[in-house]
Design a protein around this ligand. Sequence first.
Ligand SMILES: *Cc1c(COP(=O)(O)O)cnc(C)c1O
Length: 358
Amino acid sequence: MLPLAALEKAAGEMCDANGSGQSVMEMSHRSADFKPIIEKTEALFRELMDIPPNYRVLFLQGGASLQFAMIPLNLAAAPDPAGGEKTPVTFVDTGVWAQKAAGEAAKYARVVVAASSKDAGYTCIPAAPAPAPGSAYYHITWNNTIVGTKWPSIPDTAGVPLAADISSAILSEPLDVSRFGLLYAGAQKNLGPAGTTVVIIREDLVGGAPAWVPAMLRYDIHDKEASMYNTPPCYGIYIIGLVLQWLKDLGGVEAIAALNREKAALLYGYLENSKNFYSPVEKASRSLMNIPFVPRETAAEKKAVIEKRFVNEAAGAGLVNLAGHRLVGGMRASVYNAMPLEGVKALLRFMETFEQTL
Ligand SMILES: *Cc1c(COP(=O)(O)O)cnc(C)c1O
């Protein structure tokens, strides 16, 4: 969900933003009307995430999924796409998104999967491995949206630039940007509508794409053109700005982190004491944002019935989107920044009532 304050502000400005007589959707991206909007969104980003001056903020398209390819294309691709030895890149396999990122990277680089939690069903983050020798970058999926794990700390990469997918955890708690070479996030989990992808990249990593890499996939071009090489996702950038303003008014990242910890503690605490449900994720690796839970019932048929009833009856009570990801089943409460404490309390009240029927 998005903060109601941001949606209401957007509704009020739908047909006339800042007295321009236009909707943001109608503005030219190079106009004097839009310029302050993208500049304000970037400034709020820098302030809230405490982004050092030697990092660039890019507003791109193509989702986090396009970054799976753009990162190797810019940081590791060979000068000749047809020949030569591929540069090694280090990956940690923590589930579906990490695998997808590695799969794209393998087209342009030599992927070394240095650690995996596959044998544990991805219910934990493995101990951080050393980078493969000569690695151009070291990739992690910071928060694993589907299985509900999060890195407990930033891995030591021995100087290899760390690239992290923070799609489902961006701005949920403080993160030391200076420890990373590159951070990326699709907007639709915690920032705004789908369609905008945010990339935060250290300036020395911007210029590494070989000449054959297409213009739209090059960080150097998007950086030089300040995210306006072509038309950026203007309305999405505007909404992100409103969401960031809401976050700032609320007290910033420290304040939302305290609230997020409170929400997560309530849910995990409930699950620890529940007779019928539990969290499959190892304690030290638990996500703050995505909290999966499954019935303790082990008989497959009965378990499926409980899950189906839970999701349907919860929806009937106004609690929607509680089905687990289609790849893993079960249930999942995604408690992104805009989910109020009251939303979590309502879920727990529903769960108490539901458990009495089991
Ligand atoms: C949702 C998600 C993605 C996919 O994002 P798109 O913007 O749809 O490409 C990638 N990584 C993580 C961690 C996600 O949660």
